[in-house]
Design a protein around this ligand. Structure first.
Ligand code: ZN
Length: 371
């Protein structure tokens, strides 16, 4: 109903490149709702968006509170992404209040030191989950205590630097009603982003979700030209990039980050002493294969472990093992060919999103046009 009242304004922002998404038909705790109830809420919300001519591809739960039924209902309603799960960056405890710790528990936030701040595609549900980064504006202003504004204004830029270095996604949260209080924080962050502008992919959540799914589904055609000499052709979304480590390339490359070269020609022709892909035993978990492909690794299921410089046999694989495995692969110096996580060789990704609670029905992903 609130969307209906404000539809003209929303349509105007939409034409400026700002994405709008569902934030619940009502601003309530979805973790307490059944799949049938959530289905009914999403159907009503989608209908309102459609009637008002507002494009809508995703959802964020009020209070970041979701349950498995939320994901099932989003999937059943054909939505492309959910951005309700959250990761929290460590803040020195002298700044933290009980209210901050309670909020983190209420959100179910997981530590960013143990998990990758990256989307995750669930093929069965055809749904991408994009984690939300904490502390957000509400935590900075209302739940953390600072000796000076300058101290607070350092938090997001520091998070950005770490996320950029890790090559992940900063999904920054900002409610419009706190824009003024957070203006200096946001500006300091945007300066950091701007300083490495060509290395950061800035996009709204719907583009991030689409990219992640399409890049995951990209096919890398590997032709064995002769022993240990391979030709690679990528059949994937525009912007898909091949990265090379510790291999000899017969086609042009340019330096990338973290010991990788970026292929600038397609197809690319490479030579190594072993197959520079990740070998996986046939008994390994499909979750392992899915995870590795989502990071851009090229996976070959094979029982010949000796063909590969890095070979995994893991019949079980849990989310807690994702970050340590990715770190292990990246710490190594063995020959490796992979796809870059982000388009056009970007190292990290950045997105500003906010909950519009004042007009209660939805949420928007704010794209900083021109940055
Ligand atoms: Zn909200």
């Amino acid at each position: 109903m609130a969307l209906a009242r404000n539809a003209a304004v929303v349509r105007k922002y939409q034409t400026q490149g700002i994405e709008f998404a569902i934030h619940g038909y009502r601003h309530i705790d979805h973790s307490q709702l059944s799949v049938e109830e959530q289905n009914a809420h999403f159907q009503k919300a989608i209908q309102i968006f459609a009637e008002e001519g507002i494009d809508c591809k995703g959802f964020r739960c009020p209070y970041l509170r979701w349950n498995e039924a939320t994901l099932a209902a989003l999937s059943q309603n054909g939505l492309a992404y959910d951005s309700s799960n959250s990761l929290v960056w460590a803040i020195d405890q002298r700044h933290c209040t009980d209210s901050y710790y309670r909020a983190l528990e209420f959100y179910g936030a997981q530590p960013a030191s143990d998990y990758l701040a990256l989307p995750k595609f669930n093929a069965g549900q055809n749904l991408v989950r994009i984690p939300y980064c904490l502390p957000d504006d509400e935590s900075l202003i209302e739940r953390l205590i600072w000796d000076s504004p300058a101290e607070m204004n350092q938090v997001w830029p520091t998070m950005f630097q770490e996320i950029h270095q890790r090559g992940e996604l900063f999904n920054l949260g900002l409610h419009p009603e706190r824009t003024y209080d957070c203006a200096d924080s946001l500006e300091a962050t945007m300066r950091q982003v701007q300083a490495v502008a060509t290395e950061v992919w800035r996009a709204p959540l719907k583009e991030i979700a689409t990219w992640w799914k399409n890049r995951y589904q990209a096919e890398v055609e590997i032709t064995d030209v002769e022993t240990n000499k391979f030709r690679l052709t990528v059949n994937g979304p525009p912007g898909a990039t091949v990265l090379l480590r510790s291999v000899e390339s017969h086609t042009a490359t340019k330096p990338w980050f973290d010991g990788y070269q970026q292929a600038v020609e397609s197809p690319c022709l490479i030579q190594t002493n072993k197959r520079p892909f990740i070998g996986i035993s046939p008994a390994s978990s499909p979750d392992l294969t899915s995870f590795l492909k989502q990071q851009g690794y090229i996976v070959e299921i094979s029982s010949q472990a000796d063909l590969y410089p890095f070979y995994l046999d893991r019949p079980t694989f849990s989310p807690e093992q994702e970050q340590p495995l990715d770190a292990e692969i990246n710490r190594g110096s063995f020959p490796l060919v992979r796809l870059g996580r982000w388009p056009n060789g970007a190292k990290s990704a950045f997105c500003v999103t906010g909950d519009i609670d004042a007009i209660t029905v939805w949420d928007y992903g704010l794209r900083f046009v021109g940055y």
